[in-house]
Write a protein that binds this ligand. Structure first.
Ligand code: HEM
Length: 154
């Protein structure tokens, strides 16, 4: 496995100054408005974009399957049933991301991919008035996923 994208157990952990509080949850009526199929399509298109990005090596080969798991999380986040929580337990997202080397740069790639997919927000049934809030959540929360300082090599 490429160490470019995977952390060793003893790599120093970077803790973002803002903490998790930087991310305000998105509007929880979005699940009702968008519907489950649109949320799954959004995450699928996002993962396919990640698959063409410079951080594709971080993600599993079966992007569709991986996107489905993430979609379950977003379904709960956007006010739908808590299937992710019930199936996989407490989300503990920062901990679940610890195996991956998430630098500020890699996080930037991740966020740019999501924003690019959201340029077609209408395709996914996202009303324009909720777009900024959703993007603000992605911005804040992805910042909290950063766990590796740029100078850290292994
Ligand atoms: C808003 C911020 C983010 C959210 C809500 C999010 C959500 C998720 C979820 C729900 C999973 C599945 C976890 C599981 O296995 O149960 C996941 C996995 C993963 N995430 Fe994130 N993530 C975020 C940010 C990031 C960032 C910034 C990166 C890297 C730059 C990243 C890389 C990954 C990788 C490599 C996996 C494992 C493969 C996969 O199952 O997709 N994530 N993420």
């Amino acid at each position: 496995m490429s160490s470019e994208f995977f952390r060793n157990k003893f790599d120093p952990i970077h803790v973002p100054e803002d903490g998790p509080g930087a991310a305000e949850a998105p509007y929880r009526g979005l699940y009702q408005i968008m519907g489950e199929d649109n949320i799954k399509a959004l995450l699928r298109d996002f993962y396919f974009k990640l698959g063409e990005s410079p951080i594709s090596g971080m993600f599993p080969k079966d992007l569709e399957k991986a996107s489905f798991k993430s979609a379950l999380f977003f379904i709960g986040l956007l006010g739908g049933p808590p299937i992710y929580h019930e199936t996989f337990g407490p989300p503990r997202m920062r901990a679940r991301h610890m195996p991956f080397k998430i630098t500020a740069d890699f996080r930037g790639v991740w966020l740019r991919c999501f924003y690019e997919v959201l340029e077609d927000y209408q395709n996914y049934g996202i009303p324009i008035e909720y777009l900024a809030g959703f993007k603000a959540f992605l911005d804040g929360f992805s910042g909290w996923m950063v766990n590796t300082a740029p100078q850290s090599e292994s």
